[in-house]
Design a protein around this ligand. Structure first.
Ligand SMILES: Nc1ncnc2c1ncn2[C@@H]1O[C@H](COP(=O)(O)OS(=O)(=O)O)[C@@H](OP(=O)(O)O)[C@H]1O
Ligand SMILES: Nc1ncnc2c1ncn2[C@@H]1O[C@H](COP(=O)(O)OP(=O)(O)O)[C@@H](O)[C@H]1O
Length: 197
């Protein structure tokens, strides 16, 4: 930030917005391989929260990679910038008093850690959607794994680009052989047990 740009302290603050919403805000950060079930589980968690009267917003590929981040591809450098921008945007949503859900592969530990630090306190909740690569490849809903195996897509996560699994996620979902609704309930239980909702 330039030294002549001064942060303006507005009168209405996050706490006021949270009081009006009657719940606190936080960031649910879903990470996992392509096809692991991030969007499915995050979508179900959002539906459940919405039905409980909570204010929510789900950030995912459709509203981010096709819009704000459409200039970014899948090199390590572009993924780092993708996550940095999503982290900043998530922080604004949380400041707006909203339970924010972000569903991106976010393959690098250091970038996830940076978002955790950016949010601070216990606003950042890492949700590891842990599904074996073999299962993701079998699901392959968009045919991308097959294309990556055929050498038609380069830098594909899990094939020729790394995925660094979380070491101590707040929520660890083994999303293989379970009903996605049960996976979503695991997240809701965490929020209740830790008094987020
Ligand atoms: N090379 C490569 N590697 C991984 N994924 C690829 C690639 N090319 C396109 N796609 C599609 O883009 C989706 C992943 O985008 P993300 O923004 O979540 O990725 S990242 O967090 O920046 O690593 C991912 O969506 P999901 O399957 O929903 O995870 C893919 O559909
Ligand atoms: N627990 C589950 N059991 C079986 N299939 C699942 C489960 N969770 C998700 N899926 C399916 O796996 C595919 C990939 O899910 P998706 O949510 O798009 O993953 P991601 O967002 O991580 O790429 C979809 O076809 C979805 O219906």
């Amino acid at each position: 930030m330039g030294s002549d740009v001064v942060w303006h302290a507005h009168k209405v603050c996050r706490e006021d917005r949270e009081l009006q919403n009657e719940h606190r805000a936080c960031l649910l950060w879903f990470t996992g391989l392509s096809g692991s079930g991030k969007s499915t589980v995050a979508g179900l968690v959002e539906e459940k929260l919405h039905a409980m009267g909570k204010r929510t917003y789900l950030l995912d590929g459709d509203n981010v990679r096709k819009g704000m981040n459409r200039d970014l591809g899948f090199t390590d450098e572009d993924r780092i910038e993708n996550i940095r921008r999503i982290g900043e945007m998530s922080r604004l949503f949380v400041d707006a008093g909203i339970i924010t859900l972000s569903a991106f592969i976010s393959p690098f530990r250091s970038e996830r850690q940076s978002v955790r630090e950016l949010l601070g306190g216990n606003d950042f909740i890492e949700v590891f959607v842990d599904t074996p690569l073999t299962t993701c490849e079998r699901r392959d809903p968009k045919g991308l794994y097959q294309r990556a195996r055929d050498g038609l897509i380069k830098n594909f996560t899990g094939i020729d680009s790394p995925y660094e699994a979380p070491q101590s996620p707040e929520v660890h979902i083994i999303n293989d052989g379970i009903d996605p609704d049960a996976a979503a309930e695991q997240v809701i239980s965490y929020l209740v047990a830790n008094k987020y909702i």
